[in-house]
Design a binder for this molecule. Structure first.
Ligand code: PMP
Length: 432
């Protein structure tokens, strides 16, 4: 299929839509943590976080089919499934976050979150973390340094203040510094002051609790507590984008913000909650939700559809009944231990970080200069594909191996990945 599909695709899709791998992979079927190509070859999926409970999970497929036969309509009518899903989702969050808005993607959810923050505060200005990524629609790009500073980007709009990403490995304050969290948060405080010095006010501080496109980073303890204090003192709203980290992936907690002991004012959810179906959600306080009461109604044709809600509800049940958060913690910890053992043998592995099944392995040419080893990262991803394991790269220099499989990934899968990775690391292009 690849030989015939590729040229046809090139004609009909814009050239900037990149494919994974130099030799593209045609995938025709998926089951849990496995993907199958046109020859029936099996690949272990160590990369795709969207099928949170596993590709084509039979219970999700069955729930979708059942509801598809009955009805799929929008939130202008009453249906118990819609309310039940909103109740189930909010019951997993702190009490004050009790109102849901349903959309179709992470980008839409971030747009809506910012719109809510602006309606609530009457302000426009927004603080974002460098290398942050919040989506591909206009305003989502405006708050994503990864996009507006990337190829073809138009730079930060005048209502955006960028603060350094809280990176305890590559950033100015290292993980070994107990004050690192506060020091990074001081940049947020200064950004607030810069906004005020221009006679403007802060609408929002938005960030991925663990920056993912930025290189699978785990900000130091205390960062969000101090940053949120500074933003709230100035009347701003704190938005947590949990599109990558949410719903148990990080193992120790259900949500990333819990690791830092903070409660955001708005939580943004996407990818995992739909297990591959286009479902996004914005969850906030009654007071912030009420800022739309002046007639600024929010409605989405597909957001919160009966079908979406039934699927979303079933995803939550599967996460609980299959104990997937506990599995993410167990398998992720096992895998991180294995990766750290590899780090002892390979100087190229500068840093191993992660929590649960959210992991990053940063490759460097030198542990002193931290020069990114981007070619080696790309080599490893391509060689692992030949071993039928899928992972990816990320980070501003594309030198971070990104491992974030579906949560049904097992210790056996992790062992297999570690063994193959160990073999590839011994090959010539990975020696320094
Ligand atoms: N936020 C984060 C943290 C993301 O990683 C992404 C997607 N990679 C988005 C938002 C955008 O989500 P979507 O592609 O569903 O619009």
């Amino acid at each position: 299929a690849t030989e015939t599909v590729l040229p046809r695709r090139k004609k009909r899709f814009a050239g900037n839509l990149k494919l994974s791998y130099r030799a593209p992979l045609t995938l025709l079927r998926g089951y849990r943590q496995f993907l199958f190509d046109q020859y029936g070859r099996t690949y272990l999926d160590g990369y795709n976080n969207v099928p949170h409970v596993g590709h084509c999970h039979p219970r999700i497929v069955a729930a979708a089919a059942r509801q598809n036969r009955l009805l799929n309509t929008n939130t202008r009518y009453l249906h118990p499934a819609q309310v039940e899903y909103a109740e189930a989702l909010t019951s997993r969050l702190p009490d004050e976050l009790s109102v849901c808005f349903f959309v179709n993607s992470g980008s839409e959810a971030n747009e809506l979150a910012l719109r809510l923050a602006r309606a609530h505060t009457g302000a426009d200005d927004t603080i974002v973390m460098d290398a942050g990524y919040h989506g591909n629609t206009n305003t989502a790009i405006d708050i994503s340094p990864y996009k507006f500073n990337g190829p073809g980007g138009r730079g930060a709009p005048d209502w955006v203040e960028v603060v350094p990403v809280a990176d305890p490995y590559r950033g100015p304050y290292k993980g070994s510094d107990p004050e690192a969290g506060r020091k990074y948060a001081d940049h947020v405080r200064v950004a607030v002051e810069r906004i005020q010095a221009r006679d403007r006010r802060v609408a929002a501080f938005i960030c991925e609790i663990f920056p993912s496109v930025g290189g699978q980073l785990i900000p130091p303890p205390g960062y969000y507590r101090h940053a949120y204090e500074a933003v709230r003192a100035a009347g701003g709203v704190c938005i947590a984008d949990e599109v990558q980290t949410g719903l148990g992936r990080i193992g120790t907690h259900q949500w990333g913000f819990e690791t830092q002991g903070v409660v955001p004012d708005i939580v943004v959810l996407g990818k995992p909650i739909g297990n591959g179906h286009p479902i996004g959600a914005v969850i906030t306080t009654p007071a912030i939700a009420a800022s739309f009461a002046n007639g600024m109604e929010f409605f989405s044709t597909f957001g919160g559809s009966t079908l979406a809600c039934v699927i979303g509800r079933e995803v939550l049940r599967v996460v609980d009944e299959e104990n997937l958060q506990a599995q993410a913690l167990d398998v992720g910890t096992f895998m991180l231990d294995g990766l750290r053992a590899l780090q002892d043998d390979h100087v190229m592995i500068g840093d191993v970080r992660g929590s649960g099944l959210f992991m990053g392995v940063e490759l460097v040419e030198s542990r002193d200069t931290l020069e990114p080893a981007q070619k080696a990262a790309s080599y490893i991803v391509n060689r692992l594909r030949e071993h039928r394991i899928l992972i990816g790269t990320d980070g501003p220099f594309d030198n971070v191996l990104k491992i974030r499989p579906p949560l049904c990934f097992t210790r056996e899968d992790a062992s297999y990945l570690l063994h193959r990775l160990a073999a590839v690391l011994r090959e010539e292009p990975c020696r320094i």
